[in-house]
Design a protein around this ligand. Structure first.
Ligand code: 5GP
Ligand code: ZN
Length: 122
């Protein structure tokens, strides 16, 4: 897709700090992080918004969600349990959809937001 900033990031036509890539997905640091860890995970294929997805995209969406804990772990914010069984660490996974959903960039992306509090926003 011409003129899509995230397509250009995936194609390395514009720079980003990439933290993960495979044949189908790319993940990179958000330019305006809301928290100590703020990663954007995108499919390489241009899909404007979650609302364009159908059941045909279920496998892609499932893979995308399943990648979140792997990337979170690599970024140091996995959910773990201490010796008393208390949960530690963690992150949010967030997909904004449409103007009322706060979507600003129209290439499907999942935010992975985590790290020690306080967070700037989110
Ligand atoms: P949305 O509001 O669409 O869910 O999130 C878009 C996110 O993309 C925002 O958090 C914003 O900071 C980030 N962003 C926008 N432009 C760029 C860019 O050129 N590079 C990177 N790394 N992040 C961007
Ligand atoms: Zn795109």
């Amino acid at each position: 897709m011409d003129n899509c900033i995230f397509c250009k990031i995936a194609a390395k036509q514009i720079p980003s700090t990439m933290v993960y890539e495979d044949d189908e997905f790319v993940a990179f640091k958000d330019i305006n992080p809301a928290a100590p860890v703020h990663i954007l995970l995108i499919p390489r294929r241009h899909i404007a918004t979650l609302s364009d997805c159908t059941s045909e995209d279920a496998a892609l969406l499932g893979k995308m969600l399943a990648l979140a804990p792997k990337i979170a772990q690599e970024q140091g914010c996995a959910v773990t349990f201490d010796a008393n069984g208390q949960p530690q660490g963690g992150y949010k996974t967030l997909i904004n959809s449409g103007p009322d959903g706060g979507q600003e960039v129209y290439h499907l992306h999942m935010h992975i937001i985590g790290g020690p509090h306080p967070w700037r926003r989110g």
